[in-house]
Design a protein around this ligand. Structure first.
Ligand code: ADP
Ligand code: MG
Length: 377
């Protein structure tokens, strides 16, 4: 159902992605209830109502049903049962089944393979016996826990079967996938929105640089050829169709020589889409609100070129605990500072980001300049 401004929307998850959803909803005059067990969650702090409960708390879910018109998520580890429960009474986008598939690497990769979407060589590991099937071709590889991993957590690089067995034991024999390590030329991502009418709009392809398994830099538009852009965009759209997806979805890709592989799917806006806040006519969060309230989507195109650099807690901690020198960012023309309102910086914790926006063509010098600013914070 089309929902007009002033209606109350619900967001499951109160991290920075949820915070930007709240901001986008507020911009359009909607109200937001955030469910997050963390009393200091970035989105909870600015929501109209913060329900401070676990994601499967019946009372909290009932409260959402009574007071909200529609619900979305910013976090793939929301129990799919909670989405199912809510969906019986109110509008839920994306659907529980799509979230259920992509929140588990075994289901996600199997779904991709079954739909003939290119994915790197992988094996499902559920018990020690599964190691009998593995071919030598899969090494060096990466063992990844099937559920609840993020930002490179729950992953281990392994060189051979013995190493993989050891890592599996370290993960307490929890279900895993073993992936062949792909020789990466580039990583890119596609963020799309699909409306209830089936219209799909994609933001320009973003190029991503990871450090220690965590996104460090996004460059948009990606410096890849036109055909590759078209191919990754078409694959992302195909995935959205197969998942019957409504809402905002991100697909991460590996590019290796002439080959393209899907790495993973996120049932929500994505860190690599933060550039859209400052550089696109409609941001990924604007699109998430529009899709949720079943209204037409906005224009996803860029009005500016952009480079986004993440600020992790490390910036506060190195070389010793200090308040970063924000002035050095704020004095730079074309540089926007984003902080998520988190009280406690920790190593590898996403605290904020900076986005450089320009009408100049992006060069490596721009990237170096921003990296230097970050280094001196
Ligand atoms: P997360 O859920 O933490 O984002 P990913 O599976 O996307 O986990 O892995 C994080 C990063 O680690 C990737 O963006 C990529 O840089 C690297 N990586 C993961 N899997 C592979 C692989 N099979 N081959 C090469 N690099 C990989
Ligand atoms: Mg990833």
């Amino acid at each position: 159902m089309k929902l007009v401004p002033k209606k109350m929307l619900a967001m499951l998850g109160g991290g920075q992605l949820g915070r930007y959803f709240v901001m986008a909803a507020h911009k359009m005059g909607y109200k937001v209830t955030v469910l997050d067990p963390d009393p200091e969650s970035p989105a909870g702090r600015i929501a109209d109502i913060h329900l401070n409960y676990a994601y499967d708390n019946k009372e909290a879910l009932d409260k959402i049903i009574q007071t909200c018109e529609a619900v979305s998520t910013e976090f793939e580890n929301i129990p799919a049962e909670s989405l199912d429960y809510l969906n019986k009474k109110i509008q839920v986008h994306p659907n529980a089944n799509a979230v259920k598939i992509v929140q588990n690497r075994i289901r996600e990769k199997t779904f991709l393979r079954e739909n003939a979407i290119p994915v790197g060589l992988f094996y499902v590991i559920q018990s020690i016996e599964d190691f009998n099937e593995i071919s030598q071709e899969c090494f060096p590889g990466i063992l990844k826990i099937a559920e609840f991993g993020y930002d490179g957590k729950g992953q281990k690089r392994v060189d051979d079967i013995e190493g993989a067995l050891k890592a599996f034991a370290e993960f307490n024999h929890k279900p895993c996938v073993l992936e062949k390590q792909i020789q990466l030329d580039k990583e890119v991502s596609v963020i799309l929105a699909r409306s209830v009418d089936g219209e799909i709009k994609t933001h320009p392809v973003a190029e991503n640089i990871h450090v220690n398994g965590i996104l460090d830099i996004t460059i948009a538009p990606a410096n890849i050829d036109h055909l590759t852009k078209k191919n990754v965009t078409d694959l992302a759209k195909m995935i959205a169709l197969k998942l019957n997806y409504i809402g905002v979805m991100a697909v991460e890709f590996f590019i290796s020589g002439k080959q393209i592989f899907v790495n993973e799917i996120a049932p929500r806006p994505h860190n690599s889409g933060h550039y859209t806040i400052d550089a696109c006519y409609s941001s990924q969060f604007d699109q998430q609100v529009r899709a949720l309230v079943e209204m037409p989507l906005g224009n996803p195109d860029q009005h500016s070129n952009a480079i986004m650099i993440n600020l992790l807690g490390d910036v506060w901690e190195e070389p010793k605990l200090h308040e970063p020198n924000w002035e050095s960012i704020l004095k730079e023309p074309n540089l926007n500072l984003h902080l998520y309102g988190k009280e406690h910086p920790r190593k590898a914790r996403k605290m904020g980001h900076i986005t450089f926006v320009t009408n100049e063509t992006l060069t490596h010098d721009h990237v170096l300049h921003l990296q230097n600013i970050k280094k001196r914070l």
